[in-house]
Design a protein around this ligand. Structure first.
Ligand code: TXA
Ligand code: MG
Length: 327
């Protein structure tokens, strides 16, 4: 049985060695846990797809220790890339750029672009510096499940397929990085995430949000897959409807967990409250863990009260709608 290792110098060294030898490592980032492999080794990257049961046309994010390393993996570096990298790296931003030669097809799903990210988490940074190879790392969940915000979530999903699990405690943001494509005239957000649209627009001006029309394999390959779903059925309801909906499900014999803002939470065993409705960061930190815990506790249904879509609230609601298959 695999163990979770405290991320001290010794275990980070062991993990870096595993990466260089083509094996898999689970490591914490400031967003969610990642499942890493050497991005330049096609056999190692193939192990990621196998371990996650991930469709081969869904490309991976390549993690590097600094912007200079990222730049070397891109064929073009537009002004918007420079501005965004300066403003938000290291941090929860992924940039999609034309890819440089040398990155294997399997890493980018055969696309002519590559997704690049410089994480800010101390353990991720030290691991990337020590391994000294670019690290392809999707979220460390089995494909389709909620992303892991705790090391044991990743262990439960991936088990023996992974060589080293580094346990850095619960992740900070709890939502994945924001993915921004810089391949057209206008920057396009392909995936909402821990960095809000508003903060990005302060740096590069108006950005486009990818729509279903972008959900083609060549542009936003990740959009078409089911995501973030626990076994329990998830329902997203408006503040006025959530309570009545949960009550009706209970009357029909279901075990129901309600997820509501603190200011409207009634005390009770079947209620979880990540934070106030105007604190989307708190919701981001907690929401994937709540969905996973709901499965562990055997709930049939999770009824979530919607929060406003301002700032990180947009990413929280995106994840919840996908978990509920409402998109
Ligand atoms: O916060 C994060 O981004 C985490 C941590 C571990 O860094 N990683 C993560 O990776 O969420 P993953 O594989 O779960 O999600 C990556 C997303 C997918 O939607 C994928 O389709 C998209 O990024 N993506 C990757 N490369 C792309 C590319 N070249 N063009 C368009 N989308 C790309
Ligand atoms: Mg993922």
């Amino acid at each position: 049985m695999k163990e979770l290792l405290a991320p001290d110098a010794k275990s980070i060294g062991r993990a870096a060695q595993a990466l260089r030898e083509g094996r898999l490592v689970v490591f914490p980032t400031e967003t969610v846990y990642g499942l890493g492999a050497n991005a330049l080794d096609p056999h190692a990257v193939a192990r990621i797809f196998a371990a996650k049961q991930r469709p081969a046309d869904n490309p991976l994010i390549v993690h590097v220790p600094d912007a200079e390393s990222a730049r070397r993996l891109a064929r073009a570096w537009p002004e918007a890339a420079e501005k965004l990298a300066r403003a938000f790296w290291p941090g929860p931003l992924t940039l999609v750029l034309p890819r440089a030669p040398g990155i294997p097809d399997i890493t980018t799903g055969g696309l002519d672009t590559v997704a690049l990210r410089v994480p800010s988490h101390g353990v991720a940074r030290l691991l990337l510096q020590t391994a000294n190879v670019p690290v392809a790392a999707p979220s460390a969940n089995r494909s389709g499940r909620p992303s892991p915000t705790r090391a044991h979530d990743a262990l439960g999903d991936l088990g023996e397929a992974v060589d080293v699990y580094l346990d850095g405690g619960p992740t900070d943001a709890g939502l994945e990085s924001t993915v921004v494509a810089l391949v057209d005239a206008e920057p396009t957000i392909l995936r909402m995430g821990a960095l809000s649209r508003e903060r990005i627009e302060q740096v590069v001006g108006p950005v486009r949000i990818a729509t279903h029309a972008d959900a083609t394999p060549a542009r936003a390959p990740g959009m078409k897959y089911r995501h973030y779903a626990p076994r329990a059925r998830v329902h997203v309801e408006t503040p006025g409807q959530a309570r009545a909906f949960a009550t009706a499900l209970r009357a029909a014999g279901k075990r129901v967990l309600e997820v509501v803002p603190t200011e409207r939470a009634l005390a009770g065993a079947d209620v979880r409250s990540p934070g106030r409705a105007d604190d989307p960061e708190a919701w981001g930190r907690a929401i994937f863990a709540i969905l996973r815990d709901a499965d562990a506790a055997g709930y049939d249904d999770v009824v979530v009260e919607a929060i406003p879509e301002a700032g990180v609230g947009a990413a929280v609601m995106d994840r919840l709608r996908r978990a509920a298959e409402q998109v």
